[in-house]
Design a protein around this ligand. Structure first.
Ligand SMILES: C[S@@+](CC[C@H](N)C(=O)[O-])C[C@H]1O[C@@H](n2cnc3c(N)ncnc32)[C@H](O)[C@@H]1O
Length: 245
């Protein structure tokens, strides 16, 4: 099957450096797990290098962007992990679950191979909390379709706890909301190419024109001036940390 990220993943690493503040939250969630599986690992952002770890990634384009010294990678999909039960202490899925064609199968597989915890970096959905949706409302519809719900996690695991992941104003991992304080960035085609949501909607041009005009006229700044005073913002990103018992 052709991989979506073989088309949209070119140059991913140029715009998606792991952010140290998010890395710290992920490390804390991993705790003393002695072995880790990183599913949908992409170019390897946030993957531990201080303990045995293995990556699973289906896209050759993404695998090619992994640094040579990083952990070994197996080319596979979340829905069919080629490992025996209880092979790892922890399994990670970072900004990837919303791309899986069968989310439940992938989450079940993570539960099967992880002895102690399953850690998912995901998102609640934007709704009214992010100004970018005023320009690209189609993203909301896509989000509603693909983002996992809390109920989904809770139905699969005995215990699920949530850690909020506020987005720093200078976040260096250029995911969808990373530029909430740097609106001009969304006008850059390179920035947009590293954000899958822009590849999943039909009409980007209308929103871009509106944003460009609002930035030029000062309308954006007068509406969102208070954001310039914030260091970080809760825009719905979170770690869902699940354990089987
Ligand atoms: C936004 S990237 C995130 C990559 C990395 N985890 C990170 O945080 O930078 C999403 C990744 O999920 C991978 N992916 C898509 N479908 C998948 C599936 N069914 N199973 C595992 N990974 C998948 C993509 O190939 C891509 O590398």
């Amino acid at each position: 099957m052709a991989e979506f990220y073989d088309q949209i993943g070119i140059g991913y690493r140029d715009y998606r450096a792991p952010d140290p503040r998010i890395q710290a939250l992920i490390n804390e969630a991993l705790g003393d797990a002695r072995s880790v599986l990183n599913v949908g690992a992409g170019a390897g952002s946030y993957e531990p290098i201080d303990r045995p770890a293995l990556a699973v990634e289906p896209s050759a384009v993404m695998i090619a962007q992994r640094k040579p010294a990083l952990n070994p990678v197996v080319r596979a999909h979340a829905g069919a992990l080629p490992f025996p039960d209880d092979s790892f202490d922890a399994a990670l899925a970072l900004l990837t679950v919303h791309h899986w064609p069968d989310r439940s199968a992938g989450l079940e597989e993570m539960r099967r191979v992880a002895r102690r915890s399953v850690i998912v970096f995901t998102h609640d959905g934007f709704h009214d909390n992010f100004w970018l949706m005023d320009y690209f409302p189609e993203i909301l519809e896509v989000d509603d379709r693909i983002m996992p719900t809390v109920e989904e996690f809770e139905s699969m695991y005995a215990s699920v706890r949530e850690v909020r992941v506020p987005v720093p104003g200078d976040c260096c991992d250029g995911f969808l909301a990373a530029y909430w304080r740097r609106p001009e960035a969304y006008l850059d085609p390179g920035v947009r190419s590293a954000i899958s949501a822009f590849a999943m909607i039909d009409n980007v041009e209308t929103g871009l024109t509106k944003l460009r005009d609002d930035l030029a006229s000062g309308a954006w700044l007068s509406r969102h001036r208070e954001l310039m005073e914030c260091d970080r913002l809760d825009l719905g990103y979170k770690l869902a940390i699940a354990s089987p018992d």
